[in-house]
Ligand binder design. Structure first.
Ligand SMILES: Nc1nc2c(c(=O)[nH]1)N[C@H]1C(S)=C(S)[C@@H](COP(=O)(O)OP(=O)(O)OC[C@H]3O[C@@H](n4cnc5c(=O)[nH]c(N)nc54)[C@H](O)[C@@H]3O)O[C@H]1N2
Ligand SMILES: Nc1nc2c(c(=O)[nH]1)N[C@H]1C(S)=C(S)[C@@H](COP(=O)(O)OP(=O)(O)OC[C@H]3O[C@@H](n4cnc5c(=O)[nH]c(N)nc54)[C@H](O)[C@@H]3O)O[C@H]1N2
Ligand code: SF4
Ligand SMILES: [Mo]
Length: 691
């Protein structure tokens, strides 16, 4: 039996509740209940019956109805009338917009379909409105492929090299840990439901230690905070190993049976005395020793690693080193010991290739463009190694003009008059402002979807609660209509959104009817998955090194005093730009009640650094380097460590004082593994802004 969407099945006047899922790029992937009456959402709450959601949503998504009914929602297709980037549009009908887009796409594809590039990320993490019908469309077209690296690829690659897949502990078992290292994660802001479990462990007597350059709201609530220099996590992991070896806090049995390459790793770690480690990390040698003692002598010990620490040159190697720590002490033997960075590898094997239909490439192998270098790539001319110049972009579920590194180049690329850009959106974002056509997309309350999580082990359904506002269509429907206009006559282009939802997972693993009835299906993952080894590597062992895998090492930032002293002379401050708590990347920046909590774009600085520059709390400053200049308010609020400034992201450029955000300052150099951006590996200087 299929559960009907509320707006279809509800007798007029009666309240009805549907199962929904939070669509955002957040490890918590909450289960939601939406109650609708008379075409209005009357209640939107975390599902009390879903274990990890336990009835609670974050502040942002509690305001989802406000975002949905926002007066600035795009409700009709819009066609550009002003200059590129000016955000001047007139409403047009769907037929006119889609006919014109199809004609432009057809003309470019006739020459070389690789001149067309899809650009999407995790505005919704849903399988249907993400790479469902869209993937079919671009595969059939033979468009360029997109390397989706902007968030997690350094860490995911490092984790998979070590364990064989992006897998780890169950989030709920952190409640039973005795020691939790919260490493590169502001959990209260960006992993709230993990924090609930960490807090339960704390109440039961566990020790919590935050490893983060910034004194976050999470670090404040831990027993200890180690404010290391950005990009030195690999060194810290090696220094911890040194102490674990020196004091013989090792699980020799686990190491010998379940780890490949331990002798080589041991040799390398022995080069990292507490003093050397401390000097590299900007910590004291006693802090390094104390952390190692806690980690080596407390069981079960768990690490909640998160992506904040891998947005630097050496992010991939650092994840490899940290992921080996639980193997040294045998922490994996207990279900409340080990490490969690990502759980997505538990659901990946259960996904259904019938959803994206890579077979529609029919033997073609289009080039692949890295989304993190979109600024540079939009400006590249045709060449034998690059291929054709990018002539058309179709953007959905992403806001690259705000979120991609080195905005000056990104904006210059999007402003090309000869580039044909289509943006599927809810709002006129910085990216939509640069479109030739903006197409109104449905929201999570208005469409079907299926979700898996990178922070827990359930699959969730999202049933539509409301009819689409205005003329909005789902992403899948927009690509379906474009496919019809381009004459793609394979039957898969007729599949409805609900059919796509059914196809997302292999039916023998996820029973769709149960998914609709209950709201979620739990994946069969063992409680303590690596208690007896059994990593999903060829040997079943965790891998430090192997003939095909070099030993991990500490890799310094692209931009730091040791790597580039001349640059550090001019720009002595390291800038990190982690998320603001009440935004989700650049989503929600236009929701007034949330923007009011965040206030305005700001940069946090240590009191000594402010004094050295004659700067005071609350004044307006320019943050600058060779790439650009960003104006914002200075906060001397005790959250920044010396030598590091924190520019909280990711604001809309057009709401910035000088029409910029922090990405005006970041660069497009990539990480050691995974070809990801190094957002938090960035030198700047700060000065007063002349009145
Ligand atoms: N409220 C909110 N929640 C979010 C998001 C959001 O924008 N807002 N974004 C979502 C997305 S897309 C993601 S990927 C995740 C991101 O969430 P996380 O994976 O937790 O990553 P970040 O928030 O980037 O950074 C986490 C912490 O790492 C610290 N950090 C920065 N550089 C370093 C370093 O070199 N070493 C160490 N040890 N720490 C460092 C930062 O100060 C920050 O406090 O959160 C998701 N959840
Ligand atoms: N300086 C700096 N830059 C960063 C980061 C940082 O920490 N610092 N974080 C990076 C990270 S981790 C990430 S993941 C990226 C995130 O970058 P993006 O994935 O681009 O995320 P958002 O900025 O949230 O933009 C998502 C857009 O998708 C739209 N959207 C949502 N649902 C739908 C839908 O169903 N259909 C359509 N058509 N549109 C929809 C939303 O309205 C929103 O405008 O940013 C990166 N950029
Ligand atoms: S953003 Fe994260 S914490 Fe908030 S509702 Fe969504 S999944 Fe839950
Ligand atoms: Mo992300």
């Amino acid at each position: 039996m299929t559960v009907q969407p509320a707006h279809v099945a509800a007798p007029s006047g009666a309240a009805r509740t549907v199962h929904a899922a939070c669509p955002h790029d957040c490890p918590d992937t909450c289960a939601i209940r939406v109650t609708v009456q008379g075409g209005q959402v009357i209640r939107l709450q975390g599902d009390p019956d879903h274990l990890t959601t336990h009835g609670a949503l974050c502040t942002k998504v509690s305001r989802y109805a406000e975002r949905n009914s926002h007066p600035e929602r795009v409700l009709t297709p819009l066609k550009r009338v002003g200059p590129k980037g000016a955000g001047q549009f007139v409403p047009v009908g769907w037929d006119e917009a889609l006919d014109d887009i199809a004609a432009r796409v057809r003309a470019i594809a006739a020459d070389d379909p690789q001149a067309i590039l899809p650009y999407s990320y995790a505005g919704t993490m849903g399988f249907v409105q993400g790479e469902g019908m869209a993937a079919r469309f671009f595969h059939r077209l033979g468009a360029s492929q997109l390397q989706r690296t902007i968030c997690a690829e350094a860490g995911a690659t490092g984790l998979a090299q070590t364990y064989g897949a992006t897998v780890g502990m169950h989030v709920q078992h952190f409640a039973e840990s005795r020691l939790i290292l919260i490493w590169g994660s502001n959990s209260i802001a960006s992993n709230l439901h993990f924090w609930t479990y960490a807090n339960a462990a704390k109440r039961a007597g566990a020790k919590l230690i935050a490893i983060d350059p910034r004194r976050t709201e999470t670090a404040e609530k831990c027993h200890q905070h180690l404010a290391l220099r950005p990009g030195t996590d690999g060194a810290l992991a090696l220094g911890l190993m040194h102490e674990l070896i020196a004091h013989d806090w090792l699980d020799h049995d686990y190491l010998s049976r379940h780890v490949e390459g331990w002798p080589e790793l041991r040799e390398r770690a022995l080069q990292w005395s507490p003093e050397r480690t401390a000097a590299e990390c900007g910590l004291s040698a006693d802090e390094v020793r104390g952390l190692a003692r806690d980690y080596g002598t407390t069981a079960p010990a768990a690490i909640r690693l998160n992506y904040g620490m891998q947005r630097v040159h050496g992010g991939g190697n650092a994840v490899r080193l940290i992921a080996l720590l639980p193997c040294l002490i045998g922490a994996w033997r207990h279900r409340a010991g080990g490490l969690l960075l990502s759980a997505s590898g538990w659901n990946k094997p259960l996904r259904n290739p019938a959803l994206g239909r890579a077979d529609l490439l029919a033997g073609r192998q289009p080039r692949s463009i890295n989304m993190s270098t979109i600024g540079a790539d939009l400006l590249r001319e045709a060449s034998p190694d690059f291929g054709p110049r990018i002539q058309a972009l179709v953007v959905y579920n992403s806001n690259p003009v705000a979120v991609a590194p080195q905005s000056a180049q990104v904006v210059q690329g999007f402003a090309r008059e000869d580039l044909f850009t289509v943006v599927l959106e809810h709002f006129l974002t910085d990216t939509a402002d640069h479109a030739d056509y903006v197409l109104p997309a449905t929201t999570q309350l208005e469409h079907w979807d299926v979700h898996a999580s990178y922070g827990h082990t359930w699959v969730l359904i999202n049933q539509p609660a409301l009819p689409p506002r205005g003329q909005a269509l789902s992403n899948a429907e927009i690509f379906r209509r474009l496919a019809a206009r381009l004459g793609f006559d394979e039957p898969c282009f007729l599949d409805s959104d609900e059919t796509l939802a059914r196809q997302a997972f292999q039916p023998e693993h996820v029973d769709f009817d149960e998914l609709c009835r209950v709201g979620w299906v739990r994946l069969p993952v063992p409680d303590a998955p690596f208690a007896e080894g059994g990593f999903p590597t060829p040997s079943g062992k965790a891998r430090a090194c192997a003939p095909d895998l070099p030993l991990p090492d500490h890799v310094r930032n692209h931009e730091c005093a040791e790597t580039d002293p001349a640059l550090a002379e001019r720009y002595p401050l390291a800038m990190i730009s982690p998320p603001a708590r009440n935004f989700l990347n650049s989503t929600f920046v236009n929701v007034k009640s949330l923007r009011d909590i965040e206030g305005e774009p700001l940069v946090e600085m240590h009191a000594e650094d402010a004094a050295a520059r004659g700067l005071a709390e609350g004044q307006m400053v320019r943050v600058f380097n060779d790439r650009g200049e960003h104006h914002c308010r200075l906060r001397v609020n005790g959250r920044a460590r010396p030598g590091v400034v924190n520019g909280l992201g990711v604001w809309w450029r057009k709401l910035g004082v000088n029409g910029t955000n922090v990405n005006e300052l970041t660069h497009q150099r990539l990480t050691d593994l995974g070809a990801a951006p190094a957002f938090y590996d960035c030198l700047v200087e700060v000065a007063a802004l002349a009145a």
